[in-house]
Design a protein around this ligand. Sequence first.
Ligand SMILES: *Cc1c(COP(=O)(O)O)cnc(C)c1O
Length: 373
Amino acid sequence: MRIETVAVHAAFSVDPSTGAVAPPIHLSTTFGRDEAGVPLAGHTYVRESNPTQDLLEEALSRLEGGEAALAFGSGMAAGLAVAQALPQGSHVVLPEDVYYAYRVAAREFFPVWGLTATFAPLDQPGALAGALRPETRLVWLESPSNPLLRITDLIPSAAIAKRIGALVLVDNTFATPILQRPLDLGADIVLHATTKGMGGHSDVQGGALVFSRKGELSEKVRHVRTILGAVSSPFNSWLVLRGLRTLAVRARFQSESALAVAQALAAYPAVSRVNYPGLPGHPGHETAGRQMTAFGSMISFHVAAGREAAIEAVGRTRLFTRATSLGGVESLIEHRATSEGAASTAPGDLVRLSIGLEHPDDLLADLAQALKA
Ligand SMILES: *Cc1c(COP(=O)(O)O)cnc(C)c1O
């Protein structure tokens, strides 16, 4: 079955008791048992599992091609549950420009949990091999990366990590499984901030992990979620599942529009560089073309006149909404270093765009007036 069909039909069934086509939201926090004390339908308590979350997890597994999925209350909770499942003394390799809050977590919390971390430019060949240590247990990849849209070649990276028995996690938030399926490329775990493209409407926070295998690792991480409690609520699970139904059309339309916007931006004199893997001049263009079916909805660009000019250009936009986050139906614009705050390593002249579902001509007209192009 093709991915567009999976997005609509995974975990889909007409409710036999009511005939409802849309799934019910089960808000119950607790679940009944029979006379012998056996749970009536497998569930016991909402933090451990619940029927609405089960539907979401089944759909996520199908979309990413994994055997098991776990939904979380946020993308941060999902990613860090993997770190929390590692044995003390484990070493983790992360990309230099990993999503900034994971960088903060690695600096501030990994030492408390008995973990060590190395940051390396993992989009560069040779960087991963040089960062590995005998005690490396997890290699964390993000492609395309945030906010510089760097591309990491996932197949050779996974192979290098596997040689020393390290797990490979790929943050697939920017691409979504419509455009890239890391488990097919050798990853063990796919991470999503479902807050972004999967939810798709800027109205729900969530995170997810999809595992290539159901087994010791996925069960260990499930235990972390159950005991530490970073669960998704039934209502939030339902909203993310609803978003998945339209993910394929949104991801493709947004990618097409983003390519048009990136191409036009590249010709503006006010813009010194555009970071978009769909442009032939992007260093990861060829790799992205091999491992993605389209280049995604995210663009960043450098304003030639520098930081203040970048902030002013963002301030002049009228159609773009000035806000952080991504993957929603409305296009967003932000001065990335301002959004990330003190821990930011984003260049001062960098503007980040999330392309939504508006017509690209209207988006370009707004950017042209804002950049005085
Ligand atoms: C937003 C984001 C996260 C974190 O997700 P939250 O739901 O905000 O915790 C992780 N990775 C990437 C690439 C993101 O964009």
